[in-house]
Structure formats: structure tokens, C-alpha cells
Design a protein around this ligand. Structure first.
Ligand code: ADP
Ligand code: MG
Length: 375
């Protein structure tokens, strides 16, 4: 930059060069602390352009300046951004005044207006613009960092509070029943009943932890080849009892092939969450259709229910941690887990919902051409 400024200069007479070297010098010394290096660079580069009076002036001015700028640097960062801008502009003006002063003393009658303009107006203006730009970007970055940090803290706080709450409830219930079980004269039937409640409560605490862990570790550990069709069949089998309980009919329409890459465990968890939501949205029965399509680049999975649906505000909040309309029966972690797994598998998810009519979710995962299938 220094070379650039000195090379492309305005020199109405051979010995006097008007250039913009003050700008990189000031900006570099106050923002990066390389003032002395820049001063030396300026002196050396300038010497290639003639061993004349201008060079002596340069030497005279820039040698002490390098040291001063070196001292200024640590002080500079302790000031507020507004003051920093003012300071750089003022520094540019002082340097400009000194340079043009030197010029006017050595060449008293020549182009004094040009030199005043070239040294008192242009460099401070350029410095002002650049340092304003730097401060602007810095402030923006700082604000963004701050925002991310508060968001993170908020999420952790919410997470902690809700998780301990979610876990404490079933644990309290379980320990209550354990206390009842201590009664020696409890009938056999009651004892059995209580034990199954304890089991159920512990299971629900475990579920919260499982959901949370999947979210906390969304990166996939193992990548395997997943046959979408057989994975989905397996998941449907797991959910069949729940579907029957709600009188939900499951209709499937699977494409013949379709392979994607991912962690099977997490893929299953993802679709169990989605399908469970769909079944839970149809407490009085309905129809759940699951279909897949296969193309060169994507495997698309569509999950459609004829359940209660969601309002647009509810739909917007989907995937927000602990957002649930199911009260005690929901953790509000399901969809959040779904989103994080889909993201980790390079997939896409979108959907639409209408209150009273039902909800449809679409998933899209990159296809892989099966190695085994290719044989
Ligand atoms: P949870 O199921 O524990 O409530 P989720 O994150 O799985 O938590 O779902 C969040 C909320 O989104 C649910 O409480 C429900 O209100 C809504 N929701 C999700 N899927 C559907 C669906 N298929 N139909 C209607 N509402 C749904
Ligand atoms: Mg759910």
C-alpha cells in the first residue's frame, strides 16, 4: 500500500511529491501497531524515488514519528470507538499539516493551494472513512458475538430448568410409590400395580434424557447405508400398538429402492418422533400415510396425517425446545431432535398444516448409489 501510494503520486514539480502515504501509515500504526515498520518502509521506498530534499524531509519527519506511533498504539485501544475515529483523523491532520508545512517552507511559492488540499483535506478524509468502516464492522461483529452468547446461555438455562423439572416429576412419583411398596401387608395385586407405575415413571424420565442427548450430540458418529424402505417398515412396527390404540390406519407407498447415508439409530429416532406426533395428533382415529419417492439426487419421504393440525403460530414454533401443547404428556423436545438429525444428515424438512385437516411433512435426503445394489 505504501509503495502504491508513493508510486502513484501527484508531483507538479520533480522534487515535490504529494501522495496518500499518510493514510496507510496512520491506519496501520493505530489499528495494527506496525507504525515503526511502516515508517521505515516509507523512508526506504521513498529513497528509490530520488535522493532529494523530499527524502530528507521524509527522513526528518518519519523517523521520530515511527517511535511516537509505536508508543501511541497501546493507548489507542483503550479509547472508545468514537474517540478512536476522531483520534485517527486528528493524527492524519497533524501529519498533513507538518508535511505541507515542510513543503511550503522548502518550496514557498509553488502550488501552495494544491499542497494544502493534498495534505490537509484528502488524507484526513480518507482516514476518517476507513476508520469509520473498521469501527462499524467491529461493532457489528461484537454485537453478533454478544447475541450468540446470550442466545446460547438462554438455551442452556432453559434446557437445564426444563430438564430438571421434567425428570424430577416422574422421579418424585416413582419414589412415592416405592415408599408405598415398603408396606409389608400390601396385597399382591396392588404391589404389582405400583411396580408397573414406578417402571412407567422411570421410563418417562429416561425418555427425556434420551431426547436431550440426541439433541446435544447431533453430529452423526456412524455413517452407514440406510435402506429407507426397510428402516421405515421397522419404525412402523414399533409404533403399531400406539396406532391401534388411537384407531389410526397406516397407509404406506414406498418406492422400490432408495438409499441414504446416515446413522440408523438416529434416523429411526427422527422418524419415530415424527410419526408419534402424527399419531398423537389423531386421538379419535384417522389415516397416516407414509410415502417415499426416489430420484437420482434425492430420496423424498412424505408423512401425512389427518389429525388436529396446527395454527400458523404453532407451526412457526415447531422445533423450539420445550414447545409442547401436550402438557404432561409431551416433552417438547421431539421436533427439535428431528430438526437437528435432519440437518446432520444434510437433509431438508418442510411441511404444511391446517387446523382440523391435518399436517404433512416432507423430508429430502441426498441419494447414495448403493455399492451392494450396484453388483
Ligand atoms: P411433544 O410431542 O413432546 O409435545 P414435539 O416437539 O414432538 O413435542 O412437538 C411439539 C408440538 O408440535 C406438539 O406438542 C404439537 O402441538 C405440535 N405437533 C407436532 N407434530 C404435529 C402434528 N403432526 N400434528 C399436529 N401438531 C403437531
Ligand atoms: Mg413429540
Amino acid at each position: 500500500m505504501v509503495w502504491f501510494c508513493i508510486h502513484f503520486s501527484y508531483n507538479p514539480i520533480p522534487v515535490a511529491r504529494a501522495d496518500l502515504r499518510i493514510i496507510p501509515l496512520v491506519i496501520g500504526s493505530v489499528y495494527l501497531g506496525i507504525g515503526p515498520i511502516l515508517a521505515i518502509a516509507i523512508i526506504i521506498i521513498r529513497s528509490f524515488y530520488g535522493l532529494d530534499l523530499g527524502l530528507f524531509l521524509t527522513l526528518f519527519l518519519y523517523a521520530p514519528l515511527g517511535i511516537i506511533l509505536w508508543r501511541i498504539y497501546p493507548m489507542f485501544w483503550r479509547k472508545s470507538p468514537e474517540r478512536r475515529i476522531l483520534f485517527t483523523v486528528a493524527l492524519g491532520m497533524i501529519l498533513g499539516a507538518m508535511t505541507s508545512g515542510g513543503m511550503l517552507i522548502t518550496h514557498p511559492y509553488l502550488y501552495w493551494l494544491d499542497f494544502l488540499f493534498a495534505y490537509l483535506v484528502i488524507p484526513p478524509l480518507g482516514i476518517g472513512i476507513i476508520s469509520f468502516g473498521i469501527e462499524f464492522v467491529r461493532r457489528n461483529n461484537e454485537m453478533q458475538q454478544q447475541l450468540i452468547k446470550t442466545e446460547k446461555l438462554k438455551a442452556v438455562e432453559q434446557m437445564g430448568a426444563a430438564i430438571s423439572h421434567e425428570i424430577r416429576n416422574p422421579l418424585t412419583a416413582a419414589s412415592g410409590f416405592v415408599q408405598l411398596l415398603q408396606d409389608d401387608y400390601l396385597p399382591r395385586q396392588k404391589r404389582k400395580e405400583y411396580l408397573s407405575i414406578v417402571k412407567e415413571e422411570l421410563h418417562s424420565a429416561e425418555r427425556v434424557i434420551q431426547d436431550y442427548l440426541t439433541f446435544a450430540k447431533p453430529s452423526l458418529e456412524t455413517f452407514e447405508e440406510l435402506n429407507v424402505k426397510s428402516e421405515l417398515r421397522q419404525i412402523i412396527n414399533i409404533l403399531l400398538p400406539l396406532a391401534n390404540q388411537n384407531s389410526v390406519e397406516i397407509i404406506t407407498d414406498f418406492s422400490v429402492i432408495g438409499f441414504i447415508k446416515g446413522d440408523g439409530q438416529k434416523f429411526r429416532q427422527c422418524f419415530i418422533n415424527v410419526l408419534k406426533n402424527a399419531i398423537e395428533a389423531m386421538p379419535n382415529g384417522g389415516c397416516l400415510s407414509i410415502s417415499t419417492e426416489f430420484s437420482q439426487s434425492y430420496v423424498t419421504i412424505r408423512v401425512k396425517d389427518t389429525g388436529i393440525g396446527m395454527t400458523s403460530e404453532q407451526f412457526e414454533r415447531l422445533g423450539e425446545p420445550f414447545y409442547s401443547t401436550k402438557g404432561k404428556n409431551g416433552t417438547g423436545l421431539g421436533m427439535m431432535v428431528v430438526y437437528s438429525i435432519v440437518r446432520a444428515m444434510d437433509g431438508e424438512i418442510w411441511g404444511e398444516s391446517e387446523v382440523g385437516a391435518g399436517t404433512t411433512f416432507h423430508f429430502e435426503f441426498p441419494t447414495i448409489t448403493s455399492i451392494r445394489k450396484g453388483e
